[in-house]
Design a binder for this molecule. Structure first.
Ligand code: AP5
Length: 220
């Protein structure tokens, strides 16, 4: 088995939190299209300017722009031994484009983890999330507090609330997820790549299960 892993799931299910930890543990790059987009927006790149209104309103950025971003990211040598994709693919078109890109290098997706969580959990998580605009570290006011309130443990920057974590935008993102991204579970289920996990679980408990899945996938 290879190490080409996709994390699927609604906003707030814990994809980023767990992908970051597992990436460190198994020495796999954690590639989050949301982080790539936010960094492009901060840096005012052409792609960032094109993506800004979509991201801030909770809509999906056009497939063409995202696929181009992934192609560029895949040119980095760190993806040679695999990756954890977080937030990509998000539409069937993106999943097909990903298959094509990997097939050119005789690679394929090996495992898809589908995070499921109740709407109540998702809203509670997103309303308490705080992120670091400098190093993208992720906290939660109650579940993962920082040592000093409002200050990143890693780099000491002031934490911010993501603009798209406002309640009305969260609701829009959940709706988009249901229409555009949920069909991907079936796409990967048909290919027998899908493992579903309970995203409502506590971080440590879920992390243990994920480690087990990845070890079973021959990553140890
Ligand atoms: P993106 O950044 O990908 O956001 P998302 O998918 O909506 O996911 P989140 O980051 O909100 O949630 P997560 O599952 O990673 O949860 P997290 O671990 O942070 O995308 C943002 C936007 O970019 C999109 O709306 C779209 O516009 C655009 N975009 C991105 N990719 C795109 C694509 N492929 N195509 C088109 N457009 C794209 O956890 C949430 C909080 O809960 C944190 O505070 C965390 O500390 C806490 N927490 C996590 N797990 C637990 C737990 N088990 N117990 C308690 N607390 C927990």
């Amino acid at each position: 088995m290879g190490h080409h892993i996709v994390f699927l799931g609604p906003p707030g299910a814990g994809k980023g939190t767990h992908a970051r930890r597992l990436g460190e543990r198994f020495r796999l790059p954690h590639i989050a299209t949301g982080d790539l987009l936010r960094s492009s927006i901060r840096n005012g790149t052409t792609a960032g300017k094109q993506a800004r209104t979509f991201v801030e309103s909770g809509k999906l950025v056009p497939d063409r722009l995202i696929v181009q971003m992934i192609k560029e990211r895949f040119e980095h040598p760190d993806v040679a031994s695999g990756f954890i994709l977080d937030g990509f693919p998000r539409t069937v078109e993106q999943a097909e484009a990903l298959d094509e890109i990997l097939a050119r290098d005789k690679k394929q997706i090996d495992l898809v983890i589908d995070f499921r969580a109740s709407e109540e959990t998702l809203i509670e998580r997103l309303s308490g999330r705080r992120t670091c605009p400098r190093c993208d570290a992720n906290y939660h006011v109650r579940n993962i507090p920082t040592r000093r309130e409002g200050i990143c443990d890693g780099c000491g920057s002031d934490l911010v609330e993501r603009q798209d974590d406002r309640l009305e935008t969260v609701r829009a993102r959940l709706k988009v997820y249901g229409v555009e991204t949920k069909p991907l579970s079936e796409y990967y289920e048909r290919r027998k790549l899908l493992r579903t996990v309970d995203g409502n679980l506590g971080i440590e408990e879920l992390q243990e299960k994920l480690v087990e899945y990845l070890e079973r996938n021959d990553l140890a």
